[in-house]
Design a protein around this ligand. Structure first.
Ligand SMILES: [Zn+2]
Length: 136
């Protein structure tokens, strides 16, 4: 896609710190990392988000996440790794080319995951589970 920064990275028009690549995906270091070693995995073809990305490509993205997670954890002395995918602006998606974040985490890095969680109201969990199942 023409004005997509990640497509330009795939084409080599914008440089990146590439750490892994195969026929379908590319992984490189995020230029504004949460912690040192924070990487992004993108499909080489343009897909906007998880809804548009074909299953076989998502599988390749997750396989790459597993491969690079081990190396990132050991080489950054991380205590843990987050593997996340933001879809839509409400979920924090900023670049509209499908991508997975692999983020090395340190015990005391102060970067929260979920700020506050809530219990379900009476019957709410069963109702939403029923709706989700019906939509599959
Ligand atoms: Zn793109």
């Amino acid at each position: 896609m023409e004005d997509c920064i990640f497509c330009k990275i795939v084409k080599g028009e914008i440089p990146c710190s590439k750490i892994y690549e195969n026929a379908d995906v590319l992984a490189f270091l995020d230029i504004a990392p949460v912690n040192i070693g924070h990487a992004l995995i993108i499909p080489k073809q343009h897909f906007v988000n998880i809804y548009e990305t074909p299953e076989n490509i998502l599988v390749e993205m997750m396989k790459a996440a597993k491969i690079i997670s081990k190396a990132i954890k050991s080489e950054t002395n991380a205590d843990g790794i987050n593997v996340t995918m933001n879809n839509d602006p409400a979920a924090g998606q900023v670049i509209f080319h499908s991508h997975i974040h692999v983020i090395p985490r340190l015990k005391e890095d102060g970067f929260g995951v979920w700020h506050g969680r809530r219990p379900y109201n009476e019957g709410e969990k069963e109702e939403v589970a029923k709706k989700i199942i019906a939509a599959l």
